[in-house]
Design a binder for this molecule. Structure first.
Ligand code: SF4
Length: 379
């Protein structure tokens, strides 16, 4: 199911077993070079690996050479209806163009763009979108939008294959999550090319993030998808934050700490929500992939958080620090967070060695018995 073909968007491999690459799109007017490059820099700092910019006008195409030069990550030019803008973008040195071969002006124009892309050695993203299916597929779309998306994409694939061009990735985005999932599954069974995943027009940060996580996450869990964009009506940096959380949740990529926190319940002795926020804030300054659990009580905490690298379990006056499935320390509640970070820093300085672990988390009762033998503050 995973794509067999690998392409390159600039220096980023996409497909063929490469790590799933994250992308986003700038919201600025592309011809406003300072604003566009500032947004690209913010995206790159957040972990964006490929950036797409809209190129609706000549002035946007004219800005591309400088944007490409200043961007720390590969730039894709997003172009619709205008082959000459695509040719200008290729001349400007973009790493790829996103076009819809169905609306770029006919087979001759597609051939011109493909010839230029081949000559420049760059990639292309093609594919259909539920909002812009070609007219001849309208009745099929009414019956089955997922199938119409796949047929539209396959028509584009056929066109490019006839031109002996295969350096492309494909998207079949839909706003309806089940449709999008079905379309990508169908497409993945039919083509060897890399797939670009996304739920289009997903919405605002909260609802759109959830829709994207469900749609994109379901496919990634099936092994489908090589690159993705979380489309949010929000600052694009949020798109990258959500995208990383999706990849981290599936264990596909690592970036920075992962925090686990219990949802709290009537056994919460410590106010786990505020404790978790404090730990989360302190973890922001770490780039290492350390997994930290924050648990509200020492009764279930040790068992529930047994898989994390580190954990804390709150108590009324004392709290426990866990490391790699074992109780490490019992400390006063006031110093719990500070002591946790002392242990994390020590482990990082020692080279992040993960000791062999029991398969099952240590039963809470056993951990508690062990913990009760440790005097307060003993390290
Ligand atoms: S760790 Fe304790 S407080 Fe948190 S949900 Fe589990 S039982 Fe409740």
């Amino acid at each position: 199911m995973a794509s067999k073909v690998q392409i390159h968007v600039g220096n980023v491999p996409v497909g063929g077993g490469a790590p799933v690459a994250l992308q986003s799109m700038t919201l600025t007017k592309t011809h406003d070079v300072p604003a566009t490059t500032a947004q690209i820099a913010a995206l790159a700092s957040a972990g964006c690996e490929i950036v797409r910019v809209a190129v609706p006008k000549n002035e946007d195409a004219a800005a591309l050479p400088l944007i490409v030069r200043l961007s720390p990550i590969p730039v894709i030019a997003d172009i619709h209806f205008n082959a000459s803008l695509a040719l200008k973008a290729i001349d400007a040195g973009v790493a790829a163009v996103r076009i819809n071969p169905g609306n770029i002006g006919g087979p001759d124009k597609v051939e011109q763009v493909v010839t230029a892309a081949k000559k420049a050695g760059i990639a292309m993203r093609i594919g259909a979108n539920s909002g812009s299916l070609p007219k001849h597929l309208e009745s099929l779309a009414q019956k089955d939008q997922a199938e119409a998306l796949v047929v539209a994409a396959l028509e584009e694939v056929e066109l490019l294959e006839k031109l002996d061009y295969r350096e492309f990735k494909i998207s079949v985005k839909a706003t309806h999550v089940p449709t999008m999932i079905r379309a990508y599954r169908m497409l993945a069974s039919k083509v060897p090319y890399p797939l670009h995943l996304g739920v289009t027009e997903a919405g605002t940060e909260f609802a759109g993030g959830i829709k994207s996580a469900v749609g994109i996450g379901t496919l990634l869990a099936d092994g489908i998808g090589d690159t993705l964009r979380v489309s949010l009506t929000a600052d694009p940096v949020k798109e990258i934050e959500v995208a990383w959380e999706i990849l981290k949740a599936l264990g596909l990529r690592e970036r920075g700490p992962v925090m686990i926190a219990c949802p709290s319940c009537g056994r919460d002795n410590v106010g786990v929500e505020s404790l978790a926020l404090v730990v989360e804030e302190r973890l922001r300054s770490y780039s290492e992939a350390v997994e930290v659990a924050v648990m509200g009580c020492a009764v279930n905490g040790p068992g529930e958080a047994g898989d994390a690298d580190f954990g804390i379990a709150g108590g009324r006056d004392v709290g426990f620090i866990y490391a790699h499935g074992r109780v490490l320390k019992k400390v006063s509640s006031e110093t719990l967070v500070d002591e946790l970070f002392v242990e994390i820093d020590r482990w990082l300085a020692d080279g992040m060695k993960r000791p062999k672990r029991l398969k099952m988390a240590k039963p809470a009762a056993l951990a508690m018995a062990e913990a009760s033998l440790i005097p307060l503050g003993d390290s």
